[in-house]
Ligand binder design. Structure first.
Ligand SMILES: C[S@@+](CC[C@H](N)C(=O)[O-])C[C@H]1O[C@@H](n2cnc3c(N)ncnc32)[C@H](O)[C@@H]1O
Length: 215
């Protein structure tokens, strides 16, 4: 669970234009990333690009899916929703904690197609069902699972299956990377087998360029 102090730290730093730094939610991760950038700018730049490539792979899979609805869990200050509604018909629904959503709704332009829901993705995912249009639903999970205990991850994947049996989950995975790197790249936690958990929750899974696609 992300504490309000961590959420506040994320809000403070989310505005930083750096693709890696703005993705560090905790003070420790932020300071660590700063130290790496200072000690090894080239390595830092490489990892930043890897991070962008992973986000791009997710965007590509989402476009191929042609969903009428997108639900992004733990959307934070991602600009994907804003960009998506400009270029695609349908709805983009984001779910995150109150502090993040409050700040965002003060910044983001209002749109009936871009909906900011307040809630805990593990327990409140049902809220998103009321916002859907007819058609396919894509569910994005990027950089959220590393903040959840394994039993919460399992509960979330099962709740998604029950609420969106015809949906497709897109999850940044960054498999084969060291645990520290998986966290920086917003992959899945290294101490759990997410592919197995998705299977146990009833999803069929494939991987493409570091992104897990479950349907
Ligand atoms: C590392 S940020 C990732 C932000 C976003 N996915 C992006 O691409 O910019 C993690 C976000 O997940 C949110 N989060 C963590 N646990 C959550 C939960 N159980 N329910 C909803 N949001 C959650 C945090 O508040 C934070 O905004």
């Amino acid at each position: 669970m992300v504490s309000s102090a961590e959420a506040a730290a994320y809000i403070r730093w989310a505005a930083s234009g750096d693709p890696l730094l703005r993705r560090c939610i905790s003070r420790r991760a932020f300071l660590l990333a700063q130290a790496i950038r200072f000690c090894s700018p080239r390595w830092f730049a490489r990892i930043s690009h890897e991070r962008l490539a992973l986000a791009h792979a997710l965007d590509r899979e989402l476009s191929l899916l042609k969903p009428a609805n997108v639900i992004e869990l733990g959307a934070g200050f991602s600009l994907r929703g804003l960009q998506w509604v400009d270029r695609h018909p349908g709805r983009y629904i984001e779910m995150d904690f109150p502090a993040v959503q409050r700040k965002k709704s003060a910044i983001f332009p209002r749109s009936e197609h871009h909906i900011l829901l307040v809630g805990d993705a593990v327990t409140d995912i049902g809220k998103a069902k009321g916002c859907l249009r007819k058609g396919r639903t894509g569910i994005i999970i990027e950089g959220v699972l590393t903040y959840l205990q394994p039993e919460k991850v399992a509960a979330l994947l099962s709740a998604l299956r029950a609420s969106f049996p015809k949906g497709t989950v897109l999850l940044t995975h960054a498999a084969k990377k060291a645990p520290f790197l998986r966290r920086l790249l917003w992959g899945t936690p290294a101490d759990i087998d997410v592919q197995k958990m998705l299977g146990e929750a009833g999803w069929r899974v494939r991987e493409s360029s570091g992104v897990l696609i479950a349907s």
